[in-house]
Design a binder for this molecule. Structure first.
Ligand SMILES: [Zn+2]
Ligand SMILES: [Zn+2]
Length: 400
């Protein structure tokens, strides 16, 4: 028997998988996301457990719990991040380096969130470089298999849809960097572009670049072929070029409204390359979707990948923007799990979970399990009263 512990990690995700005795993963427990930074999930992890942690992406509600590991970092044996993690961090740093940022007004909430994302990356970078017993760092990408039980479906090896260099001359790109960004970051980006042109994208001669980036251990380096490196480069520049009007508008008048638009494009990009995993134990499958965007599911459906699953962790805490009838019919789950906090998400007009998502699931007779009791009608709150085990940290165990 395999146990999936779905943790009520506030407005965040955390699933801990304890494989059955016949399948010990070299003695590791699998943890998919660590919840938000106000939920100490280490309280429910035994000090003797060895962990393999998968981060679907680096937003606070999925990675925030990392801060509680402090004195227990030696328990982490492997960390798996999305293949495009470095590029997401580079985009976050690019936004923080926009010329308008220092004169911006009322953007503090976005700036501190972006700084947190960069800082969390730096924490993981230092952990993976700590000493000889530092955790292995690996990348999640489509086609990658872990332990013969976990298939990675997203991000694809090549996420960028076009080659920026087909349309823009190098000199123009250099000028654009100097137009948009403060000098030190523009210099760094010029080096990044030069490294790409001469074909050694991983060997940028800039300490600030290297300091922030995660480099995979072992055989994962082999996946970084020239085509993949090129796609990573184009992913960053696609963000800059596709959103150029927003970046320029922010530099011209750096107010909250304009930053909000840039920030929401950044969130969307993170969710496009969010890790999606399909686990399979005892012929029962579960799809772990993080905050994957609709674009992710459309790509998988169009490519013919089998995304069907018995259990579905609903993407993005039940937002209406990440799922619809076409997607749910392809996955065709019997049980949907929604991890969320309070039925609201900041000031968003799209509360989590959204009524529309709940209606969608109900219309298909899919059983809905939620991690807390804010939504009361026609859903099953996972608790001892309905047969699920729960303790003070609200662990909900599915025995499969
Ligand atoms: Zn997210
Ligand atoms: Zn989230």
């Amino acid at each position: 028997m395999t146990t999936y512990n779905v943790i009520n990690a506030g407005q965040g995700d955390c699933v801990i998988i304890k494989p059955g005795d016949e399948c010990r993963f070299c003695g590791k427990k699998l943890v998919i996301d660590l919840g938000s930074d106000d939920c100490d999930i280490t309280k429910i992890i035994r000090q003797t457990d060895n962990l393999h942690i998968f981060f679907s992406h680096h937003h606070r509600d999925h990675l925030g719990g990392f801060r509680f590991f402090g004195g227990r970092l030696n328990q982490i044996k492997e960390i798996t991040v999305p293949l495009y993690q470095n590029e997401i961090i580079l985009i976050a740093r690019a936004i923080l380096s926009l010329k308008g940022i220092n004169t911006s007004s009322d953007c503090g909430e976005f700036i501190s969130e972006l700084k947190d994302i960069v800082r969390r990356q730096a924490d993981i970078v230092s952990l993976t470089r700590l000493n000889d017993s530092a955790p292995i760092l690996s990348f999640a990408y489509e086609g990658r298999d872990f332990y013969d039980h976990i298939k990675c479906l997203n991000p694809p090896l090549q996420a960028a849809t076009y080659d920026i260099m087909d349309n823009v001359r190098h000199a123009e790109l250099f000028d654009l960097m100097r137009e948009l960004f403060i000098e030190s970051f523009a210099d760094e980006m010029v080096l990044y572009i030069r490294a790409h042109i001469i074909g050694n994208g991983m060997n940028v001669d800039s300490q600030s670049y290297i300091d922030h980036f995660l480099f995979p251990n072992r055989d994962d380096r082999e996946v970084l072929t020239p085509d993949v490196l090129s796609s990573k480069f184009n992913f960053v520049f696609s963000f800059i070029i596709d959103n150029l009007h927003l970046l320029r508008a922010f530099n011209a008048n750096s107010n909250r409204q304009r930053m909000k638009k840039v920030y929401s494009k950044f969130l969307k990009s993170s969710h496009d390359v969010c890790t999606v995993l399909k686990t399979n134990f005892h012929d029962k499958t579960m799809l772990h979707t993080g905050d994957a965007s609709k674009k992710v599911f459309y790509r998988l459906i169009d490519s013919g990948v089998d995304i069907s699953a018995d259990y579905l962790k609903i993407p993005h805490h039940g937002s209406k923007h990440n799922i619809n009838g076409r997607i749910i019919d392809k996955i065709s789950p019997k049980i949907a799990i929604i991890s969320h906090d309070n039925g609201h998400f900041g000031s968003s007009p799209d509360p989590h979970p959204n009524k529309q998502t709940l209606e969608l699931l109900k219309s298909r007779q899919i059983k809905i399990l939620v991690t807390n009791d804010v939504v009361k009608n026609n859903v099953t709150v996972m608790s001892s009263s309905c047969g699920y085990k729960r303790n003070e940290l609200e662990i909900i165990s599915l025995f499969i």
